[in-house]
Write a protein that binds this ligand. Structure first.
Ligand code: ATP
Ligand code: MG
Length: 1082
């Protein structure tokens, strides 16, 4: 058991390797208290704070951070066997966790030890380990977070600074963590034991009240403190200041407040509940400040009153209750008299203070229980209840003080019970193993403490039963009557573990008001003072009723017995019996599980690192019963190990088993032990394990092994060196071979390449020579062939000429030439005929010809064009011919000279735009002047000669004259015979202005030249030109210029154009006369 690797783990490393002192105290030899403490010290100094006793971990508080925790270490210990690595809480936790997960065995980890020895830290290490190695996932992580967050809340409410420990747990805690079949945590349950509630009202010098009070005052926001009517200064509160210690260097209350509040939120405390909790803490502090004084009441009786009544207003406001009722409950006491009627008595100041303190203690302890209930509600398993549980018990260790009271009695009783479990389970396991292995059961010499448990808890006769009996007894009951009672009790007084002054009259170490119990861990003298009171644990009914009446959120839940409707006169169970019951439940719970122990020890009283005070440790070793532990553990055989592993470890001690044993392992071990001449009584053979009675034997084996290992090491060294040299030689040889191989290969390759290149060269020269020879031959052949053909041709020519010379006449040459020329001309004309262009005058195409016929070709083309035009014209009627004639005239006059011309080409010249030819009145008038053949008629603008202003007039051009008429009345204004017109002038621009220059010599024309503007200027001028030519048989000039002279009333005027917008398409120009200038702006 002590040194054992699982058969599945082939590793041979054990805690026996690299061990400082003895890693497992089961192997201590000799087994004495001195050796035990010395071993712990040796290991402590080497920073090995953990030591095993079998599978129990003894942990010595290092009081400093050691690099043996954290993720990496957890990984190191994960899945390893207990003895594979140095002792550690992780190893125990891993063993327990895997046993629970893989073998479905519920586990419990029992952590015990003195205050400040590191129990709570150890429990957190266990929880962190389990959280780290178990599965992950959203829900699992939430559960883990809640389980871990329960610690700060419980510590805030249940821990306090004491002289021994700055974070001392003032309650016992057992937490069951529940896991699903995969080993993932799904929830848990916390059970709390016996909170030290007296701390609420009193703390020794240098100690503090529970952390939560200081956290609230330091960390609570201003608004909250205002609402609670609290000040930040802890010295303002009697319950906090009396010990003279409010601040602790190692504690940051403000930061812890935030942590606690966050943890409460994670655990599902609502905001109102958290505020309700703060309110209760506040009123406890306020109650603490209340003082009482006496006065004489109206009926002359002494009575008590609260000195600062106004302080009560704040309390009542926070508690949401009536002041009177609260005052009454604090200063008076009502009792049911003998005849059932109610009797009210006033309290004296000391009783009032006692009642007030009792109330505060009750509020706090009940509040604590309520907090635990809420935590449990939050972490309880929500889905299918699981069946795998790991419990962690962080409970107060054995306590022996100068003065031991009821609390120590209860705590030590609890430790007796735990020792009982330890003995029962360990021995059971031991026995089971012996039976399994077929080893004969030998008597084990150890102390069984069941007898002490009986002394305390036996019903009807135990000390607790006697205490209860005394508490319930009518008549005057005091602590001393209780002592007398147990002193005279037949069972207790004669019990070997009970002593008192009455029993041992001469023993002055036992005072008269004390009794002494001989616990398994040492003798403890208890002072009976306060036993009755603490066991009764009663609160005046008036107070619980007053609390019940408050409207505060939690008080009705905390004081259910205050409900006036309840008439339960039954006394509540005493503190002793309650504790006994809860411990019995705990024991049942633990007994159903596989126990794992962590025993914590503190090395000094000053919380100092690196200080190991032997006496202090010895004291703890004694009362923790650690030697008892070892003894029980070692009962029978100290050491056992599987045959295979034993053989593996020690086979080098015997030539038959070294280096390999091929037979059954058991026979090998037998060989080995007999070879080493170990006496037969020192060991026993089990079915699978060898059992060694004495650690000495094991150490002998270890020592021989160590010596042998040195020899083996030399052999290994020798072999290794030889092997190394051999390897070196092999490597060198191989390297040389490789180099040689490579060089030869390289040379051969180079050689080959040279030969190959030479062969190719020779071959190519040879092929070249052959090819050149062949080429020359072919060339010669070709020349011969050509010569043959030439000779043949000449010969044939010569023969033909000779043959036909006589048949040709001398002029045959010119004839042949004329014939050839004719043939070529015919060919040309045939080509022209075949490729003649179409009949459209627009078609400009003409067949191509050789340069020889260029001239003839051009002539032919012109003939064709003219002919085609003639044919085209031949198709016109008279009208069309006339119209075309006009268009041709317009072209002759204006093409490329006036900008207005191009747009006019496509517009037909209509001539009579106002249909005047059909006008009867005109017809009639025209007959007289021979103006009936109208050529052009339109309304156009006549420009005034004096200012250039335009006046619309009807312009009628006939074959003989121009008439200007009123456009509406057709009244004739002017008639200008065409013969009078000498010339016409227009501009080259886009405008429609034209001038008629008249014969100056005719006196009829004395007004001078006319200026008109018409959009149809091209048509008007063209027609005018043609009509004048027809009428006079001579062509007048049409001047196109940007300036021209005008004659108005006998004087010469110069008309000038000014161009502003060259692209304007407006035909009407802006005209202005200025003296002898006439400006036209276009
Ligand atoms: N493993 C450890 N490594 C470093 N310091 C430790 C370790 N264990 C305990 N301590 C230190 O010792 C102090 C007391 O430890 P802890 O509160 O666990 O004692 P305890 O046994 O629970 O005491 P109590 O019975 O008063 O609650 C811790 O606050 C811490 O400073
Ligand atoms: Mg603790």
């Amino acid at each position: 058991m002590a040194v054992q690797n699982g058969p599945t783990h082939g590793a041979t490393r054990t805690i026996l390797d690299d061990m400082v002192g003895v890693g497992d105290c089961v192997l201590l030899d000799p087994l004495t208290e001195d050796a035990f403490v010395e071993n712990l010290e040796k290991r402590f100094r080497a920073k090995d704070v953990y030591t095993y006793i079998g599978n129990v971990v003894v942990s010595v508080n290092p009081y400093k951070e050691l690099p043996i925790y954290g993720k990496d270490k957890i990984e190191e210990y994960k899945g390893k066997n207990l003895y594979e690595l140095p002792p550690h809480i992780y190893a125990i936790a891993d063993d327990a966790y895997r046993s629970m997960r893989d073998k479905s065995r519920d586990q419990c980890i029992i952590i015990s030890g003195e205050s400040g020895a590191g129990k709570t830290e150890a429990s957190k290490i266990v929880m962190q380990y389990v959280a780290a190695v178990s599965g992950k996932g959203k829900d699992i992580d939430r559960v883990k977070e809640q389980l871990l967050q329960s610690n700060p809340v419980l510590e805030a409410f249940g821990n306090a600074k004491t002289l021994r420990n700055d974070n001392s747990s003032r309650f016992g805690k057992y937490m069951d963590i529940e896991f699903d079949f995969k080993g993932d945590p799904v929830g848990g349950v916390v059970t709390n034991y016996l909170l030290e509630k007296s701390r609420v009202i009193f703390q020794s010098k240098g100690e503090r009240n529970f952390h939560m009070f200081y956290q609230l005052l330091s960390g609570g926001p201003d608004l909250l403190l205002e609402e609670l009517q609290l000040t930040r200064n802890a010295n303002d509160y009697t319950y906090l200041k009396q010990s003279g210690c409010t601040n602790v260097d190692t504690i940051d209350d403000k930061e812890n407040f935030a942590k606690t509040q966050k943890a409460m939120q994670v655990l599902g405390f609502s905001d109102e509940e958290i505020l309700g909790v703060y309110k209760l803490l506040a009123i406890i502090l306020k109650f603490g400040n209340i003082q009482f004084s006496t006065f004489t009441s109206k009926n002359g009786m002494e009575a008590v009153k609260i000195t600062q009544e106004e302080a009560m207003n704040d309390i009542c406001e926070v508690l949401e209750t009536k002041k009177n009722e609260l005052l009454e409950s604090l200063t008076k006491r009502s009792m049911v008299g003998g005849r059932g009627d109610q009797v009210v008595t006033t309290l004296d100041p000391s009783t009032a203070v006692y009642a007030r303190d009792a109330l505060c203690k009750a509020i706090y302890s009940r509040l604590f229980n309520w907090v635990v209930r809420v935590i449990n509600e939050s972490i309880k398993v929500k889905l299918n209840p699981s069946n795998k549980v790991m419990g962690v018990l962080d409970i107060y260790g054995f306590e022996i003080f100068q003065k031991n009271s009821f609390e120590q009695f209860i705590i030590n009783y609890c430790n007796e019970k735990l020792q009982q479990i330890f003995i029962e389970l360990t021995l059971k396991e031991e026995q089971e193993e012996y039976v399994q292995e077929g080893i004969e059961w030998t008597h084990i010499d150890y102390f069984n403490n069941a007898i002490i448990c009986d002394l305390i808890e036996k019903s009807n006769t135990g000390v607790l039963a006697m205490l209860d009996e005394e508490c319930l007894r009518p008549g005057k009951v005091t602590d001393l009557t209780f002592l007398q009672k147990i002193n005279s009790h037949y069972f207790i007084s004669r019990h070997p573990h009970y002593d008192s002054r009455t029993k041992l009259k001469s023993d002055k170490t036992i005072p008269h008001d004390c009794f002494r119990l001989k616990h398994y861990a040492g003798d403890v003298t208890y002072n009976v003072n306060g036993f009755i009171d603490k066991n009764n644990d009663l609160l005046f009914r008036d107070l619980s009723q007053a609390m019940y009446k408050c409207d505060h959120l939690l008080l009705k839940k905390l004081f259910p017995e205050g409900d006036p409707k309840l008439h339960n006169k039954k006394r509540p169970p005493t503190a002793g019996s309650q504790f006994k019951n809860s411990i019995a439940a705990l024991m049942t719970n633990l007994l159903a599980k596989n126990p794992n122990y962590i025993r914590t020890i503190k090395p000094n009283d000053f919380k100092k690192p690196d200080e190991f005070e032997e006496d202090i440790v010895r004291h703890q070793v004694r009362y923790l019963g650690l030697l008892e532990n070892v003894r029980v553990r070692r009962a029978g055989y100290a050491f056992r190990q599987l045959y295979e592993l034993c053989l593996q470890r020690y086979k080098m001690l015997c030539p038959q088993t070294w280096p390999n044993w091929h037979g059954p392992a058991k026979t090998g071990v037998t060989q080995l032990l007999s070879y080493k001449a170990i006496p037969a009584k020192e060991y026993a053979f089990g079915r699978t394990k060898i059992f060694i009675r004495n650690p000495r034997t094991l150490f002998d084996l270890e020592e021989w092994r160590r010596q042998k290992m040195e020899d083996i090491a030399t052999i290994i060294q020798k072999m290794f060196r030889g092997w190394k040299q051999w390897r070196w030689y092999q490597e060198q040889r191989n390297a040389a071979i490789v180099v040689q191989k490579r060089t030869r290969g390289y040379q051969a390759r180079q050689n080959y390449l040279k030969q190959k290149a030479a062969a190719i060269m020779i071959a190519s020269y040879w092929r070249g020579t052959v090819a050149r020879k062949e080429y020359k031959r072919l060339q010669y052949e070709k020349k011969l062939l050509w010569a043959v053909v030439v000779i043949k041709k000449f010969f044939i020519g010569w023969r033909v000429r000779k043959e036909y010379r006589k048949k040709f006449r001398s002029n045959a040459g010119p004839k042949v030439l004329a014939f050839l020329i004719r043939r070529l001309q015919v060919k040309y004309l045939m080509n022209v005929r075949a490729n003649l262009p179409s009949m459209s005058p627009l078609d400009k195409s003409w067949p191509e010809c050789t340069p020889l016929r260029k001239e003839a070709n051009e002539e032919l083309r012109q003939i064709f064009v003219k002919w085609r035009a003639m044919k085209y014209r031949g198709k016109f009627d008279e009208n069309t011919r006339h119209r075309i004639g006009e268009k041709v005239s317009a072209s002759n006059l204006f093409k490329d000279k006036k900008e207005l011309y191009p747009p006019s080409v496509a517009v037909p010249f209509e001539g009579d735009y106002v249909r005047i030819k059909n006008n009867i009145k005109y017809k009639r008038a025209a007959q007289e002047t021979n103006d009936q053949h109208v050529q052009f008629c339109d309304v156009l603008a006549k420009l005034n000669r004096s200012n250039g202003k335009a006046v619309n007039q009807l312009f009628v051009l006939s074959t003989s004259s121009i008439q200007l008429m009123d456009s509406k009345t057709l009244e004739r204004k002017y008639r200008i015979p065409l013969s009078e017109i000498t010339s016409l002038s227009v501009s080259p621009y886009n405008d429609g202005l034209f001038a008629l220059h008249l014969n100056k010599t005719n006196p009829n024309n004395k007004k001078g030249d006319f200026l008109f503007v018409s959009a149809k200027v091209v048509e008007a001028v063209t027609k005018l030109h043609r009509c004048i030519q027809q009428a006079t048989n001579k062509a007048i000039t049409v001047e196109i210029n940007s300036k021209f002279p005008l004659h108005f009333n006998g004087s010469q005027i110069q008309l000038n154009y000014q161009i502003i917008d060259k692209n304007s398409t407006r035909p009407e120009p802006v005209c202005k006369r200025k003296g002898s200038r006439f400006d036209v702006v276009v």
